[in-house]
Design a protein around this ligand. Structure first.
Ligand SMILES: C[S@@+](CC[C@H](N)C(=O)[O-])C[C@H]1O[C@@H](n2cnc3c(N)ncnc32)[C@H](O)[C@@H]1O
Length: 307
């Protein structure tokens, strides 16, 4: 079956290339431009689940300020101000590129900052997202993780619930638990869970992960997307990582992190010996072929198996 499908792909690709080779030079340029920019392929790419996730993102956008941060998140706001390059919060789950473009046109958002005020010298702003984008979620559930039928997944720091809702729609995990220390974000997640009737498989706990030992002990998959770095000071980060490593011990269970574990704990004083705790499972970042892929973002996603 796999060989047959591979042949189909190779055959189809040759056919597409033959059409391009057959076109006159001028038309070929136009054809390529159309292929790169058109929405005519959406029907092959967009599934109903994507539409549901986009609708959730729209509901959440309507409840949050444009930077999707809460006033209570002092530490995270402070850390952004301390970045070497001018940086803004843009939540990748809430704001896909086309939405950012239209907000930029309306002057509500900017991708650039003015280097010399009043001149045309501008430089790109750094964007920081506190959620996975739709593309990253699909990479996670459709390519990176194995079949999750009957499995328990825990998202540490579930924030807007992107990982939980993505898991509900794109995986067969039997339970998806989010643990989030911010009460306001827990409320937003609850609102979506109720509205979209995810209650049978999604649960959100308003809690510090360092009080959830048994949840971590029983999890088959734990997701940690930039959880601690922007939200805890270094001592708290070290303690939280130690808590995770002491409690995530089930052999064969999977840990997804952004950035890599090495990078996450490299500047912290911890008792964690990575080589005795986990084995990295190398991910194939090329397998994902939709247009507009942000490969740099995907390459930050790392998968580990607990030894
Ligand atoms: C970058 S967001 C992750 C969002 C989400 N998991 C995703 O991938 O879309 C990190 C979240 O972790 C939460 N957080 C940080 N430390 C935590 C802790 N010790 N316990 C629970 N939540 C925590 C923060 O409040 C923040 O909302």
């Amino acid at each position: 079956e796999q060989v047959r499908r591979a042949m189909d792909f190779v055959g189809a690709r040759s056919a597409v290339l033959a059409v391009l080779r057959g076109a006159r030079a001028g038309d070929r340029t136009r054809l390529l431009h159309w292929m790169r920019t058109t929405n005519d392929f959406d029907e092959f790419i967009l599934s109903n689940n994507d539409v549901v996730l986009r609708s959730i993102a729209e509901d959440l956008r309507n409840c949050l300020p444009i930077e999707a941060m809460l006033n209570s998140e002092n530490l995270a706001i402070q850390k952004i101000l301390e970045q070497p390059k001018p940086t803004v919060h843009v939540d990748a789950f809430l704001y896909e590129d086309d939405i950012i473009d239209s907000l930029c046109e309306k002057g509500k958002m900017s991708r650039n900052y003015c280097v010399v005020c009043g001149s045309h010298k501008i430089a790109p702003l750094e964007f920081i997202s506190h959620s996975f984008s739709l593309m990253e979620l699909k990479f996670l559930y459709q390519y990176a993780l194995p079949d999750l039928t009957g499995k328990i997944l825990v998202d540490v720091g579930s924030r807007l619930g992107a990982v939980l809702f993505g898991g509900y729609l794109y995986s067969s995990a039997s339970q998806l638990y989010g643990v989030e220390m911010s009460a306001d974000f827990c409320q937003l997640q609850e609102m979506i869970i109720t509205k979209y009737q995810f209650t049978d498989r999604v649960k959100v706990l308003h809690s510090d992960i360092c009080t959830q030992a048994s949840l971590l002990q029983n999890a088959d998959v734990v997701v940690m997307n930039n959880v601690f770095e922007y939200f805890l000071d270094r001592l708290e980060q070290a303690r939280a990582w130690e808590f995770i490593s002491h409690n995530m011990r089930k052999k064969g269970s999977l840990l997804v992190t952004v950035p890599s574990l090495e990078e996450s704990i490299s500047n912290l004083k911890t008792d964690i010996l990575l080589s005795q705790w986990v084995e990295e499972m190398k991910l194939d970042y090329d397998v994902y072929m939709e247009k507009d892929i942000d490969r740099e973002a995907l390459e930050q996603i790392h998968l580990y198996k607990i030894l």
